[in-house]
Design a protein around this ligand. Structure first.
Ligand SMILES: [Fe+2]
Length: 346
């Protein structure tokens, strides 16, 4: 496995880059906007293809690099289903898996620091965001933080992982880089409490100042979505209401870009072909299945995904591949569902 822990000195944030092999797909956790060029350089040097950028929660102390990484690499942005970010490409729930080629992370919903906090676990390590820090825990006094929920997330989820599990936190302010579950159980001063009430009392008496960046970072991090209006201005979009009417037309073929797990969890639009977004390029280039379908039958491709972000990037790529009649469903499956479009099991 390729694994890098990167540090932003300004916000003391750790960012993690993971891939299973050189030349393969990569995933980045908690990227910082100001460091995006550094990540892209490293990704190039390691010969990786960034396919997913993930935030453990909506950050208050730095601006996320999710939007910039998406704009520069066309990767999929990922957060938890509770996030207040306007648009991310994919939303995760507890028990889902966060996957790229050769790597699969267990998705744990761990509210407390915020109500959209997640941890991601794989064989020997867990990425704990700001839920569990080294010899500390994330503050719970803003962004719908909840010390009681955090106690549950830590004691009943994270501390149940094997003691040897490495803990990779979202921040460190003292220079520590990694710990283990066993070490934190034994030595984290916040975890030496006798009861949930003692933990709540401890957390509610910290009296911390707000993060310096909070007034800038939180609003910015709530506006990470791709500007779908611009795609619509080119005439490459359809609204859900229009789509419901045109999908029955014999010359339209619907292409679902989501992952299999999203289709199984949320359902599908009846009659759609499944082409996962990471496989798009090989399908739209000359000789590809979608290129062949569109040119041989004259059918119009109508891309959709969960929220319209992957499909907006797909429609641009299709236009670049000379599939000029391709359009996408603005707002994605969520908009389709809200408009009362028919849905079947995935
Ligand atoms: Fe945080």
């Amino acid at each position: 496995m390729i694994f890098r822990q990167l540090f932003d000195q300004v916000s003391s944030t750790y960012t993690y880059l993971l891939a299973s092999r050189s030349g393969g797909e990569a995933l980045i956790i908690d990227p910082v906007l100001e460091k995006v060029d550094r990540y892209l350089q490293l990704i190039g040097e390691l010969d990786l293809k960034l396919v997913k950028a993930v935030d453990t929660h909506l950050h208050a102390d730095h601006i996320t690099g999710l939007g910039a990484l998406r704009d520069k690499t066309q990767c999929t942005t990922v957060m938890g289903e509770q996030t207040k970010a306007d648009v991310v490409s994919m939303r995760l729930s507890d028990g889902d898996r966060l996957t790229i080629e050769g790597i699969s992370l267990d998705v744990l919903y761990t509210p407390g620091h915020t109500d959209d906090s997640y941890c991601f676990a794989m064989q020997d390590r867990v990425f704990t965001g700001d839920t569990l820090l080294i010899r500390g825990t994330g503050r719970t006094d803003f962004q719908n933080g909840d010390a009681r929920a955090q106690y549950d997330s830590i004691f009943n989820r994270l501390l149940k992982l094997p003691e040897a599990t490495f803990v990779y936190p979202g921040h460190d302010y003292k220079g520590d880089t990694v710990s283990t579950i066993g070490e934190e159980k034994a030595f984290n001063p916040r975890l030496q409490v006798k009861s949930v009430d003692a933990y709540v009392a401890l957390m509610n008496n910290l009296k911390l100042a707000n993060p310096k960046m909070m007034d800038v970072a939180v609003p910015a991090n709530m506006k990470v979505g791709l500007q779908q209006e611009e795609v619509a201005r080119h005439g490459w979009a359809t609204t859900a209401a229009e789509a419901i009417a045109i999908v029955k037309a014999p010359d339209v073929v619907l292409i679902d870009l989501r992952e299999r797990a999203e289709r199984e969890r949320d359902g599908v639009i009846p009659g759609s072909l499944h082409v996962p977004y990471p496989n798009l390029q090989e399908n739209i280039r000359p000789g590809g299945m979608l290129q062949g379908l569109a040119t041989s039958t004259g059918k119009r491709l109508l891309f959709y995904c969960a929220f319209g972000e992957r499909s907006a990037m797909a429609v641009r790529a299709a236009q670049d591949a000379n599939l000029t009649s391709a359009i996408h469903l603005q707002g994605g499956f969520a908009a389709w569902k809200a408009a009362g479009g028919p849905i079947t099991d995935g």
